[in-house]
Write a protein that binds this ligand. Structure first.
Ligand SMILES: [Zn+2]
Length: 234
């Protein structure tokens, strides 16, 4: 079931009160239209009735897609700095819903679900897009690390991130965009040959230590490699 609840907001432009329905959980198997909305960058878009200003409610929901094996705790962009805490909360919720502490039938469903934590709209959209194209998100994060080391200038700053936003029509290039996490504003785009994905995916030995670090927790995102102390590895 997809669950919605009313929330009271204030229009960022005219400060009129706006009441909207916020989603607490998305079931993509039953509501494929909500998955489409996320992929089309229009989910939880709001328009102020007083001044017609458009804005968007930040994500704060659990996303379930049994058919595609995805379970995502999609959180607000500004919670990224608390990613370890969010990961722990998500792991607990997953465990009770589909993991070790869930009823047997739910555990059966859970064994095919990949748990992820994301912050902001571009991140959750990226996870859906990667699954759509049967791509390993860990390898795509490694591609980003490679890009950081390879291109002469990167618009890196706090609140700016690199996201895969599309695969080109010929299916031979990945389209990345540097964007502002909170506003989704695009800053700079770049196209990367698909061969890079294949090369990194094939070179498992060299990338193994990085894979271990990226998969240490459900927040599979290169940004965690340079945020705070990180999670101790065991
Ligand atoms: Zn307004």
């Amino acid at each position: 079931m997809s669950l919605f609840h009313p929330v009271n907001l204030v229009c960022p432009k005219c400060e009129a009160p706006v009441v909207t329905m916020a989603v607490g959980s998305v079931n993509a198997d039953r509501r494929p239209d909500l998955r489409e909305d996320i992929l089309s960058d229009r989910f939880q878009d709001i328009e102020c009735e007083a001044c017609q200003e458009g804005f968007r409610l930040q994500p704060q929901f659990n996303y379930l897609d049994v058919g595609r094996g995805q379970w995502i705790a999609a959180m607000q962009a500004d919670r990224m700095r608390t990613h370890l805490q969010v990961e722990d909360e998500a792991a607990l919720l997953f465990s009770e819903s589909y993991g070790d502490n869930a009823p047997a039938a739910a555990q059966q469903v859970g064994k095919d679900l990949k748990m992820r934590v994301t912050f902001g709209w571009p991140a959750v959209r990226e996870k859906l897009l990667l699954r759509e194209h049967d791509l390993d998100d860990v390898v795509v994060e490694m591609m980003k690390l490679h890009i950081l080391r390879s291109v002469p200038s990167v618009p890196m700053a706090e609140g700016i991130e690199l996201r895969l936003v599309d695969i080109n029509e010929d299916n031979d290039a990945f389209v990345f965009t540097w964007l502002e996490t909170a506003t989704e504003k695009a800053i700079e785009g770049l196209s990367v040959p698909r061969d890079l994905y294949a090369a990194i995916a094939a070179n498992t030995t060299a990338w193994e230590p990085m894979r271990t670090r990226l998969e240490n927790g459900a927040f599979v995102d290169m940004q965690k490699l340079y945020m705070g102390e990180g999670r101790p590895s065991d």
